[in-house]
Design a protein around this ligand. Structure first.
Ligand SMILES: *Cc1c(COP(=O)(O)O)cnc(C)c1O
Length: 393
């Protein structure tokens, strides 16, 4: 296998560390500790235990009979929606909180957009009795009251960010400023395969449990590998987690599904399809920006896909054509949401519903083939959004 990232954190021409000098000490300490943790038997045993007994791994690989019949292809769902807190984010949060403990840190900070990552971090911080401060744009706080309350119930402090557009990218800036100032006792927990090296590597490794289990499970059930792996792409962690362990299995096609929002050329969050090569949050990748290089506001009906960039490993997969990336619009995602709910009795997160909808397009050219779809989360959190959309029509 081609080893990415390289020592400097590059996936081909993407990734790296585009950061102020003051941050490099923090990142080097983190990378050193991570390499050490990888060699520790206790670290691995602790993580395996928590993934199993706290989070609920391994998750089922469920053959979806009704959806398969409807589509005319064989569909398996990797059920990350069954995990504690209802999504794959807990895999990464557990890994990184153990790393923070391993480093002797006493305080966790994070930034969150819609609040899903914030909730996941608040959860694991509580488990370990660590202080937890979550930066969140004041606009986002207003929009996501339930997740803010959930974080507070879990004992986290939610710090409103009033600068700039008062959303995720401003929250990132404040979190980084905090980290540089307090690095001695503070761990910065990033929620997807984004940010400067070594974060895209660390988060990918912790999420790769998805793909490793899938491989074992599908070989047991089908005695062969699937033709397609399909997953939604926000920052890109559930998809990389599924894809990465299959990198060398060249016959297995990877399809990443981005949020095309209101449509291409309109407001969307499809960084790989509509974006340009640029730098955001310390890494080089595809970024949605205007002709002046200003970051555009992303749009998706799915809160977790509403991010104007994407992890550098996806940019790399795109450049070497290892994966293909497609877009699904808001209204199509809602159709995917209803389709899975009604056929299988499984209500998917709106993020995952993008991947479900794409199967309808794929089935037209892939009759009889086998696909594994990552069901990254459950849809309870999205019921109000879907209800509002249904009323509108
Ligand atoms: C956060 C989230 C995503 C998007 O994040 P990735 O890093 O792209 O996986 C997708 N699905 C759910 C349920 C989420 O909570």
């Amino acid at each position: 296998m081609q080893k990415v990232p390289d020592k400097k954190g590059y996936f081909g021409q993407f990734g790296g560390k585009f950061i102020p000098e003051t941050l490099s000490v923090c990142l080097e300490e983190l990378e050193g500790a991570y390499r050490k943790a990888l060699k520790s038997k206790k670290f691995k045993a602790d993580l395996d235990y928590l993934l199993k007994d706290y989070a609920g791994r391994p998750t089922a690989l469920y053959y979806a009979p009704n959806l398969s019949k409807f589509l005319g292809m064989k569909v398996y769902l990797k059920r990350e929606d069954l995990l504690h807190t209802g999504a794959h984010k807990i895999n990464n949060s557990l890994g990184q909180i153990l790393l923070a403990k391993f480093m002797g840190k006493e305080r966790i900070i994070a930034e969150t957009g819609a609040g899903q990552h914030g909730v996941s971090v608040a959860t694991v911080a509580r488990l370990f009795g660590l202080d937890c401060d979550v930066y969140m744009g004041s606009e986002d706080i207003e929009r996501q009251k339930m997740n803010v309350f959930r974080m507070k119930v879990l004992g986290a402090r939610v710090i409103p960010v009033e600068s700039g557009s008062k959303t995720l990218k401003d929250a990132c800036n404040d979190a980084i400023r905090d980290w540089v100032t307090n690095v001695k006792n503070t761990y910065y927990l990033i929620g997807s395969v984004v940010g400067p090296h070594p974060y895209p590597l660390i988060v990918r490794d912790f999420q790769s449990v998805i793909g490793k289990e899938t491989k074992r499970q599908i070989l047991k059930k089908e005695k062969k590998l699937p033709d397609y792996l399909v997953a939604c792409v926000g920052g890109g962690s559930n998809s990389i987690g599924l894809f990465h362990p299959f990198f060398d299995d060249r016959k297995v096609k990877f399809i990443g599904v981005e949020a095309a929002g209101y449509g291409f050329k309109k407001a969307n969050a499809a960084s790989l399809i509509e974006g340009e090569v640029g730098v955001l949050h310390g890494a080089k990748s595809y970024v949605l920006q205007d002709k002046f290089g200003q970051i555009k506001n992303a749009h998706s009906v799915a809160p977790g896909l509403d991010y104007p960039a994407v992890g550098p490993e996806h940019a790399f997969y795109k450049s070497i054509k290892r994966a293909s990336y497609v877009g699904v619009e808001d209204k199509e995602a809602i159709e995917g949401f209803n389709l899975l709910s009604q056929l299988e009795g499984v209500i998917p997160a709106l993020e995952s519903a993008h991947a479900i909808f794409y199967l309808k397009k794929l089935a037209k050219k892939a009759k009889g083939k086998m696909a594994v779809v990552c069901l990254s989360g459950r849809g309870d959190k999205d019921l109000e959004i879907v209800q509002a959309h249904t009323k509108k029509r």
